[in-house]
Structures are given as C-alpha cells and as structure tokens.
Design a protein around this ligand. Sequence first.
Ligand code: AMP
Length: 207
Amino acid sequence: MNIVLLGPPMTGKGTQAEFISKHFKLVHLSTGDMFRDLANEQDSLGLKAKEYWSKGNLVPDELTIELFKKELKKDKYKNGFVLDGFPRTLNQAKELKKIAKINHVINIVSTDESIIKRTILRKTCSNCKKIYGLNIQPKKKDICDICGGKLMQRVDDNEETIRHRLKVYRENTNPIEEFYAQEKILINIDGDQLPEEVFDDVRNSLE
Ligand code: AMP
C-alpha cells in the first residue's frame, strides 16, 4: 500500500506519518527531512535546495522531482511507503502518478490560527527526528526521550515564516486536492484533535 499524506505545515503530518508507518509497516519518506539531511551532508543539490526552504519557499519542481525520484528508487520503498511532504504541486502529483501507484491520499484539515499556535512549540530531535510539541513534551527539557539527542527548533518554525509557508501551501496544494478528489482516493481528516484521535480516524478510514 502506498499512501500520500497532505496537510498544511504543522498539522501533525509528521506524527501521523510515524503512526501510519508503524501500524501499516510502510516506509516513511519525508521530503523535508530528505532536504535537511542532504544539506547537513553538504550535498551540492541539497545546499541549493536549502536556499529555498530556509526562507519558507518551495524548492523548485525540477530540483525536488530529481531528488525525490532518486530517493524513491531505493529498495526500501518497494513494499509500500507513506509520503509526507510530497507532492506539494500539481506537477509533482502528475510526476508521482507516472512512477508509483498511490492507493490513498490522507488530507489533514486544520485552521491557520491553530497551526500557528502549534508551530511556535514544535521541536525535533536532531538525531532520530522524533517530533515534540503541544501534545508531546519530552521528559527532560530539550532532550529526546528515545535516543537522548538534542531537541532543536527548525529555522523555518517562526510565526513570520509559518504564515508565509501557509500561504504558499494553500496556493499550491488546492489543485492537488482537486486532482486526488477526481481520482477518488482523497480522504479528509479533522486535524484539530489530539494526535491519537487523528490517527484513529486515519486508521478507520484505511482499514
Ligand atoms: P516540511 O518538513 O515538509 O515542512 O518541509 C520543509 C520545507 O522543505 C518546505 O517548507 C519546503 O520549502 C521544502 N519542501 C519539502 N517538500 C517539498 C516538495 N515536495 N516540494 C517543494 N519543496 C518542498
């Protein structure tokens, strides 16, 4: 089973992707993580991509699609995957359709104001990428419960950047929702609930 997760930044997409990946034994591919990892590795295309994402702009399609296709070719995705952050443009959705069959698209729906509130509280483990925030606090301040890694705030997690990212998201993603609605694989889920409640809805709709 191959799944696409849609939803504005900060709707808990990453958390739901972790839940889905564990429950349905699917490999989680986050293009945001992919970009951050490539930039950390000083990869030349990864550094080029950082010029865009660090300002809250989408990485251009040409560059994104090249890096994404290279990643998805890896063997680990053969038995099913959950995509988190891809596609983000209609063009990407069309390219994806050419290389993989998508069974379901989970669309997490939320309002801008609740998204902005959550953004300011989000931290991610610099080592294992576990996400903490409003509903999941670490036992020790700024230390990951799972691996002991240091929790970091992302450079693009501030109010000004999130407002811009939301605008960018709405402009680009509405056509993707329509695309998948027409394919009859779009499932809308209320994102303004606790993460476990959101996942209950996701699981019920997939099973
Ligand atoms: P995320 O971790 O999903 O919020 O992604 C962080 C940033 O990476 C986004 O704000 C974009 O700038 C960039 N990004 C991630 N996925 C894509 C994509 N599919 N297309 C273009 N840019 C992307």
